[in-house]
Each structure stands twice: as structure tokens, then as C-alpha cells.
Design a protein around this ligand. Structure first.
Ligand code: SAH
Ligand code: SF4
Ligand code: F3S
Length: 444
């Protein structure tokens, strides 16, 4: 075999969109003759694929950059790239260069595909480069053929977001919503299925509005019907669904498609109508609760998860109490809870009455205590059941065990070897914890 051009390492922050972008960059680099390595020390090119949805996400990147400074001074030929959402914010490239002048390459979210070309230029000229295009270009379908990584795969169906929730930076750093053509999505899924993928997760900031910009007779429900027909697939997941765009027709479609999993991630963000309005979410708590009831009516056993923000500007104790009340009413299987983090350039960042950190912390703690109790109770109710699990691989904490997920997206850990990876097995659930279930194998 030929010597590689060099070795690369990508560190990914943020959401599944970024995971997918990182895979795409890895495919591009491999097509250009680079090989991946696990160890930072062994890499010739290091790429940080960044997130800026909250301040904490950005701090992690700066922390990592601080550590990379040592590597760079020991090996000046090392190429350090910072890519993705953080770089796309106005003024961010300059800020990153001020804080970490040893960064060689800065890439915005609309320039990721230029990575191999720009690395070659940096290598040749020994000059740093910045590529941050303000506007999103057309959706690219001309990239190298996608390589499957195991039995699961993310497939992007829409890029960007048009919703402008008042707290959120995503529309600014990802551009407007752009749907991929259904034929391109299906072709990618069939290629993945041919390589052994049996579970796909369709990705978008708001998958429910898929197709609206295409001017064709296709919507998310229509797309799901087509994906459901791909023979080798066994499971279809999707995220994220905006509650506002969950039509009764879509619910009925989901319920009728046997491969679509019984799990809906349905971010509610807050339980008070006043705060929902300030957040520009476009629905009321009453609407949301009805939607939940309808999902449960049509999809028996459906699991529900959500995202919640505490400490939005002007959130009063009574608003927060409404969030607690909604969480208690819905009984989510799981929830991702966040302290509001002001993002420069968003509407909410300039609202009056920003809350002090202590109040946010205290509310977050109360919310998590409530949800943890609910999560545990929900998991306990499953003990004794035998359930289908897709094995994802060896457990991270115990090599004699494997972990996998149920159709309802519950994490299950049970004794077993790595040969089970990628298989659908039946597991008897024996013990419940807040975040996972333990069990034992009963059959293949
Ligand atoms: N498109 C998805 C979510 C994308 S961001 C959706 O609409 O649901 C993931 C989560 O981060 C959001 O659901 C929200 O709960 C949280 N989030 C976004 N901006 C935030 C901010 N400024 N502060 C705290 N949490 C935020
Ligand atoms: Fe952000 Fe709202 Fe778009 Fe989700 S729907 S990415 S929260 S603006
Ligand atoms: Fe995702 Fe973070 Fe960007 S949540 S879209 S990686 S800002």
C-alpha cells in the first residue's frame, strides 16, 4: 500500500449534524489519501468541528485549543483546523486567531468541503487560511461515495433552519432551511443499506418541515413512506421534530410504518405560554399537551424525550413552575436540560431581565431532580419485559458487556461479546437505572 498523505484526527462537538459533517470531512480526507488515527499525538492534521449553541460548548473548544498549543510548538508542521458553527459567527474567526494564533485553518459551515484543498494550500505555502462564506451555497450532492460505519447511519434530509427561536444561534450559523431532493436521500440510504446499514436516523433541525422549499409533491410523511420501502432497513429514526409542524396526517403516517421507531424527540423548551411566546416557538402549552396525547393515542408505547431551557430572560418563578408542571404531566422518558446561555446576535440576548447564574443553577437542579425521578420510574416499569435491542458495540465501562438500544431509544447494557455488534437480539430487562436498563440475552 502507498504511504498516506498524512494522518488526521477529528474532534466533534455539538449535535448529530456536526457528527455527520465530521464523517463527511473524514470521507473527503480519505479520498485525498489521508488516514484517520486515534491519537492526537500521531496526527498531522487535527480538526475541531465546533458548536456554539451555548457558551459552554465554545469554552470546551477553547480549552482543547489550549492543549493543542503544546503539540503545535513541538511539531510546527502540524496543521490545526477549527471548523463548523463556532467559526461561522460574525467576528469569530478573528477572535479565534487572537486567542489561538497557532491555528492554521478556519472553516465556516458552508466551506467544509474545501478542507482537502485548503490543507494542501496551507502545507504548500505555510500560510494560515480563513474560509468563511457568509451565504449557504446550493446543496452539494457531488461528494465522494459515502462509506458506512457499522449498522447505523445518520442521513441529513434538511440543512439549516428558518425558525429563529429567539434564543438560538443555529439559523445564523447554518443558514436557511434547504431540503435535499428525495431521490438523493433515497440513493444514499440504498447505498448505505447495501453496505450493511440497517438503522438510519434522518436528520434536520426540523424534519417535519422537510420538502417545503422543494416545490414538489413531497413532505416528511411522503419521504418516510419511501424510506420505509428500502428492503434491508429495519429501523428508521428521525430528529428533530418541531411540535408546531406535527400534523395529524404525519402522526398517522408514523403510526402506520412498521420500520419507524416508537420514539419522538419533541423539544418543548418551556411550559409557560408567556415564555414560549418570547421564545418564538409558535405553539402553546395546551397545543403541546394535546399533541402528546395524540401521539400516545396513535402510537402505543411511544417514548417521548425533550429539550428544556431554564432561566430564559424574564422567567419568573411562576413560569418555571409551569415548566415543572408540564414535565410532570407529560412524563418524558428522558429530557435534555439546559441553562439559558445568551448568544450574541439573537433576539433573546438583548432582552431585559437576564437572570443571574444562581437562579438558573437552582432551577436546573430542581428540574433535573424531577425528571430523573420520572426517568427512573419509567425504566422500572419495563423490568421483566423481553425487548428487541440493536447491539451497538462493547460497553464503554465494562468490556464483558455490550450496549444497544431498543426501538424506543432506551440504552440497554447486558453481558455479551463484541461479535453481537450490529445484531438485533432479544434481551430480558432485569434492572432499571435513571439513564439505562440492564438485562440478559434471551435469543437472537
Ligand atoms: N433544532 C432543534 C434543536 C437544536 S439546538 C430543535 O429545535 O429542537 C438543541 C437544543 O439546545 C435546543 O432544543 C435548546 O433546548 C438548546 N438551546 C439552543 N439554544 C440555546 C441557548 N441559547 N441556551 C440554552 N440552550 C439552548
Ligand atoms: Fe434553533 Fe429553533 Fe431552529 Fe431548533 S428550531 S435549531 S431551537 S431556531
Ligand atoms: Fe449543532 Fe451546535 Fe451547530 S448544536 S448545528 S453543532 S451550533
Amino acid at each position: 500500500m502507498q504511504n498516506p498523505e498524512g494522518y488526521f484526527k477529528i474532534i466533534t462537538y455539538g449535535c448529530q449534524m456536526n457528527q455527520r459533517d465530521s464523517e463527511m470531512m473524514a470521507d473527503l480526507l480519505e479520498a485525498a489519501g489521508y488516514e484517520p488515527v486515534a491519537e492526537l499525538e500521531a496526527a498531522d492534521v487535527i480538526i475541531l468541528d465546533t458548536c456554539c449553541v451555548r457558551e459552554k460548548a465554545e469554552n470546551k473548544v477553547y480549552g482543547q485549543l489550549g492543549q493543542l498549543e503544546r503539540l503545535k510548538s513541538a511539531r510546527p508542521e502540524l496543521i490545526i483546523t477549527v471548523a463548523g458553527c463556532m467559526v461561522q459567527q460574525p467576528g469569530a474567526a478573528e477572535k479565534i486567531r487572537r486567542q489561538a494564533p497557532y491555528v492554521d485553518l478556519l472553516l465556516g459551515t458552508h466551506n467544509l468541503t474545501e478542507l482537502p484543498q485548503l490543507i494542501a494550500e496551507v502545507r504548500e505555502t505555510r500560510q494560515s487560511r480563513v474560509a468563511v462564506q457568509e451565504e449557504a451555497g446550493p446543496v452539494r450532492e457531488d461528494l465522494p461515495r459515502r462509506r458506512a460505519r457499522g449498522s447505523q447511519a445518520f442521513v441529513t434530509i434538511t440543512y439549516g433552519c428558518n425558525n429563529y427561536c429567539s434564543y438560538c444561534i443555529v439559523p445564523y450559523v447554518r443558514g436557511p432551511e434547504r431540503s435535499r431532493q428525495p431521490e438523493d436521500i433515497l440513493e444514499e440510504i440504498m447505498e448505505l443499506a447495501a453496505q450493511g446499514v440497517t438503522e438510519v436516523t434522518l436528520l434536520g433541525q426540523n424534519v417535519n418541515s422537510y420538502g417545503r422549499d422543494l416545490g414538489k409533491d413531497i413532505d416528511f410523511a411522503g419521504l418516510l413512506k419511501k424510506v420505509n420501502e428500502v428492503e434491508q432497513l429495519r429501523r428508521i429514526r428521525y430528529m428533530t421534530s418541531h411540535p408546531r409542524d406535527f400534523t395529524p396526517e404525519l402522526i398517522k403516517t408514523l403510526a402506520g410504518l412498521e420500520k419507524v421507531c416508537e420514539h419522538v424527540h419533541l423539544p418543548v423548551q418551556a411550559g409557560s405560554n408567556r415564555i414560549l411566546e418570547l421564545m418564538n416557538r409558535g405553539y402553546s402549552r395546551e397545543y403541546y399537551l394535546e399533541l402528546v396525547a395524540s401521539l400516545r393515542r396513535y402510537i402505543p408505547g411511544v417514548s417521548l424525550t425533550t429539550d428544556l431551557i431554564v432561566g430564559f430572560p424574564g422567567e419568573k418563578e411562576e413560569d418555571f413552575a409551569a415548566t415543572l408542571d408540564l414535565v410532570a404531566k407529560v412524563q418524558y422518558d428522558n429530557a435534555f436540560t439546559f441553562m439559558y446561555s445568551p448568544r450574541k446576535g439573537t433576539v433573546a440576548a438583548s432582552l431585559p431581565d437576564q437572570l443571574p447564574l444562581e437562579i438558573k443553577k437552582e432551577r436546573l437542579k430542581r428540574l433535573m431532580e424531577l425528571q430523573n425521578q420520572i426517568s427512573l420510574t419509567k425504566n422500572e416499569a419495563l423490568v421483566g419485559e423481553e425487548i428487541e435491542v440493536l447491539v451497538e458495540g462493547p460497553s464503554k465501562t465494562d468490556p464483558t458487556k455490550v450496549s444497544g438500544r431498543t426501538r424506543t431509544n432506551k440504552l440497554v447494557i447486558f453481558p455479551g461479546g463484541p461479535e453481537l455488534t450490529g445484531r438485533y437480539v432479544k434481551v430480558k430487562l432485569t434492572k432499571a437505572q435513571t439513564w439505562l436498563l440492564k438485562g440478559e440475552l434471551v435469543g437472537g
